[in-house]
Ligand binder design. Structure first.
Ligand SMILES: [Mg+2]
Length: 474
């Protein structure tokens, strides 16, 4: 079976190119952008040999032709797949999937609200004032993005820059913490709420890095550490997971196309595997929900494990892609692990815990580039697997759905920006080097700034004022 082009997401809209394939026009409209992206792959897998043959014998279409063709498609921008490189799908023998926020997409804001409330309880146990129980999670506040914007930040003065960054490089700065996943959204908002609270209520006297009350000092760093520790504890303890599994429909999206996707991949001769950091009992509950009664033409109840050739839980990524941990066999009936290191072979319907990418690759017979791994964590799923083990990677970026919508709906703004940019280039290109003064580009720059402002407003950029606090300085 000939499968041609593959997709790897780009995070820069400027470098996006439409997927090079025959579009299947039957795009379904569903709520979950990430799974929508995966499901587009189902349609792609339907390409028959004849159509692939015709593509192989035609000249390569130009970018302009591809763009025109993409614009004609009826599929919504959020349901399209974009690539930043091409790859022969023929060469992919193994399709791996992460679980959390990849196959199991949590519902927003229900899941974040649950996390938010549980962390508030945990902080109150640590001595935080019970007032904070009045905080209400605002889903519009945290925005995951690439660190490329200087909007909404405090600009440092020249002296401050020299003080904090004497070499003008930001390296190993412990004042910067990168939040990678959607799991982090509630804590980002909570940290903002707490800083706002302690800066606003009069019994706390603020200086630059802490608040003082009575004989006690609470630093902003301590607030951050308390929230981080509470979140980590919450994820490691069972309470959050128990609440999710007790009402899984409330917290997890279910995509009816997922079992079809997994079956379709295997029917084309490739193998599938699940590689998740979650423990077995939780994986079992979520996957049973996601894959219950699914598959093509399958009405009878089917064990979710039968959709995968290999299942690895407790993987401890990114450690899995380095030295890893001990590979153990899990007893699916009890969830207990068998004593000792499992030496193989890996079998279907069995569940394994831990291990390393090196051992796993040996046991399944993969060479690195024949694996395509789908995940949502740019560091733990994508960068490490690609750099250390040469896996092909597929990054789920649900935010692209909104970005693409704005990009599509506000195309006029982007076109104007490009034209203004070209005008500056034109002025500079024709600049007379012997002249005393350079060309006046201030008006064009002003226009660019206005357009960028309009674009940011369309993009839904938030500022700190949107942090809805009810606490006024007394
Ligand atoms: Mg994940």
């Amino acid at each position: 079976m000939a499968l041609n082009w593959i997709l790897v997401f780009t995070t820069s809209l400027r470098s996006i190119h439409p997927w090079r394939s025959h579009w299947n026009q039957k795009g379904s409209s569903r709520e979950v952008p990430s799974l929508a992206i995966i499901s587009t792959g189902i349609h792609f897998l339907k390409i028959d040999d004849e159509s692939v043959e015709s593509v192989n014998h035609k000249r390569e279409p130009s970018d302009q032709e591809l763009r025109k063709k993409a614009l004609k498609t009826k599929r919504e921008p959020g349901h399209r797949i974009f690539v930043n490189r091409s790859l022969q799908l023929d060469n992919v023998k193994f399709y791996g999937f992460d679980m959390d926020y990849t196959l199991a997409v949590y519902k927003s804001p229900a899941f974040e609200e649950l996390t938010f409330q549980l962390v508030l309880d945990s902080l109150i146990d640590l001595g935080y004032p019970t007032d904070i129980k009045a905080f209400v999670y605002d889903r519009t506040f945290p925005l995951r993005c690439i660190e490329d914007s200087d909007d909404d930040l405090n600009f440092l003065t020249g002296n401050e820059v020299r003080q904090y960054y004497p070499n003008k490089y930001v390296t190993g700065d412990d004042r910067i913490y990168v939040f990678y996943t959607l799991f982090n959204l509630p804590e980002i908002y909570l940290i903002a709420c707490l800083i706002d609270y302690f800066s606003s209520v009069s019994e706390y006297v603020e200086n630059n890095t802490a608040v003082k009350f009575g004989d006690n000092i609470l630093s902003f760093r301590a607030i951050f550490n308390d929230v981080r520790t509470s979140i980590d504890r919450l994820h490691h303890q069972g309470k959050l997971k128990e609440l999710v599994t007790s009402d899984v429909e409330k917290y997890v999206h279910k995509d009816e196309l997922l079992p079809i996707l997994l079956d379709r991949i295997r029917s084309h001769g490739a193998k599938t595997f699940l590689l998740t950091n979650s423990e077995y009992w939780y994986t079992d509950r979520l996957m049973a929900y996601l894959l219950a009664n699914g598959g093509e033409g399958k009405k009878a109840k089917r064990d979710w494990k039968s959709y995968f050739d290999f299942i690895l839980v407790d993987a401890q990524k990114p450690l899995f892609f380095a030295e890893g941990t001990t590979l153990r066999l899990v007893d699916p009936a009890t969830g207990n692990m068998k004593l000792g290191t499992y030496s193989g072979p890996l079998q279907q319907n069995q569940v394994y815990s831990g291990g390393s990418c090196e051992v796993f690759s040996k046991l399944i017979g993969s060479t690195g580039k024949d694996v395509l791994y789908v995940g949502d964590h740019i560091f733990g799923d994508i960068i490490k697997s690609k750099k250390q083990k040469a896996w092909r990677t597929f990054l789920i970026i649900p935010e692209l759905n909104h970005e693409l919508k704005v990009f599509h709906d506000k195309r006029e703004i982007f076109n104007t920006l490009e034209e203004l940019d070209n005008s500056i280039s034109e002025l500079l290109r024709n600049f007379d080097m012997t002249a005393n003064q350079g060309p006046d580009v201030s008006k064009i720059k002003h226009k660019i700034q206005n357009k960028i402002l309009t674009r940011n407003q369309a993009d839904g950029s938030q500022d700190m004022e949107s942090c809805h606090m009810n606490f006024e300085k007394n």
